[in-house]
Design a protein around this ligand. Structure first.
Ligand SMILES: [Zn+2]
Length: 372
């Protein structure tokens, strides 16, 4: 099934500004909000669809990728962004931004019959930059996070609107007669309690911002753009609610000499003409330190030396990638008179005339080998 265009979903043009996109999303989110449309699966789907569109179009990076590649931009790997993978927590974490932090106690998730609901705090998002070495070996990062915590001294009382049930019932007249419907109480957000007393430095929900050092265990093999979740390290919820999550987006730093391709790494090795002719050994970088490798006499430019298991561990735990060392023979650009005479004299020498053997595979055959 073809996915709908994100711009179409929000009803904006491709040239829409960030402010226009935000405004359009806000309108859709209010229109299709599940609290306003209880038990309406169609509205819930539209609500999720709009949230997914906004997730992409509100992020300059993702928007640029979407503009260039369409939905395909998020289909191949790339971790947990976009692509229909959003859950309600993710959607509500956008609301801090969209609704200025105050959406009543409504950061709560849906569904589930009547009665009191435990309110969930909003999620926080951070980015963590990792070196290739950190990605290869796994790392524990200690990050300072500013999160909303319950302000000491805040007390709660039973919500007078719903009498603590978290639900309000409404009588509506329909063509079938009078109908009674129940919906979450919008005074307490369904929690059944409201703030009684709070200290002066707390916000309307009895929360205040505090800095906390959070330890984040990052497994080996993560990929740029991937998102990790640290449960309970987002913002606290008021009262008896539970805390939101900390969503950690992985950013991979470029390496000076190694290029990553999936779990494999590539390294360009330059050898001098005499080294290629006579053979040598060379020190190269790996993600676990330097290693010395042997370069055989008569090595050809374009040869690929494969160091098995010297790549990145698979995030799924299935083995490790390889390090592929690409040999480049450096041809001198200038020669002195004596050197020039030497090479002139070798022009017709049979040792210098190319005689490719089957082991000196063409470039395309080597590429085929790499993926087999
Ligand atoms: Zn209430």
């Amino acid at each position: 099934m073809a996915k709908k265009d994100y711009y179409e979903i929000l009803g904006v043009s491709k040239g829409a500004s960030a402010a226009e996109i935000k405004k359009a999303y806000r309108k859709k989110a209010i229109e299709f909000h599940p609290d306003k449309n209880p038990d309406d699966k169609g509205a819930e789907a539209k609500f999720k669809e709009a949230a997914e569109a906004y997730e992409v179009l509100s992020d300059a990076d993702k928007k640029a990728r979407y503009d260039q590649f369409g939905h395909q931009a998020f289909e191949n790997g790339g971790g947990g962004f976009g692509g229909g993978g959003m859950n309600m927590d993710d959607i509500f974490s956008q609301f801090g931004d969209i609704f200025g932090g105050g959406f009543g106690g409504g950061f709560s998730g849906f569904g589930g019959g009547g009665g009191q609901r435990r309110v969930k705090g909003s999620n926080l998002r951070i980015r963590v930059k990792l070196t290739l070495e950190e990605i290869a070996n796994g790392v524990e990062k200690k990050i300072k996070v500013k999160r909303k915590v319950q302000a000491p001294g805040t007390t709660y009382k039973t919500c007078s609107t719903c009498n603590g049930s978290g639900q309000v019932t409404r009588i509506t007249n329909t063509i079938l007669g009078r109908m009674q419907t129940s919906a979450p109480c919008n005074v307490c957000g369904g929690a059944g309690q409201t703030i009684d007393k709070k200290p002066a430095d707390a916000d309307a929900q009895g929360l205040k911002v505090a800095e906390e050092t959070v330890s984040i265990k990052i497994p080996a093999g993560v990929v740029d753009g991937m998102q990790l979740k640290v449960s309970g390290k987002g913002n606290d919820a008021p009262g008896n609610g539970f805390s939101g999550d900390l969503l950690v987006a992985i950013e991979e730093e470029d390496h000076d000499t190694l290029q990553r391709e999936g779990d494999n790494l590539h390294y360009d090795l330059y050898v001098s003409y005499p080294d290629a002719v006579l053979g040598t050994s060379k020190e190269i970088d790996t993600v676990t330190g330097k290693v010395r490798i042997k370069v055989e006499a008569g090595v050809q430019s374009g040869k690929i030396l494969r160091l098995r298991g010297k790549g990145i561990p698979s995030i799924n735990g299935y083995g490790k990638g390889d390090l592929l060392v690409h040999v480049n023979v450096w041809t001198p650009k200038t020669l002195n008179k004596q050197q020039k005479e030497f090479f002139e004299s070798m022009r017709d020498d049979e040792h210098f005339s190319p005689k490719p053997e089957s082991s000196d595979k063409s470039f395309f055959e080597k590429v085929k080998d790499m993926f087999s």
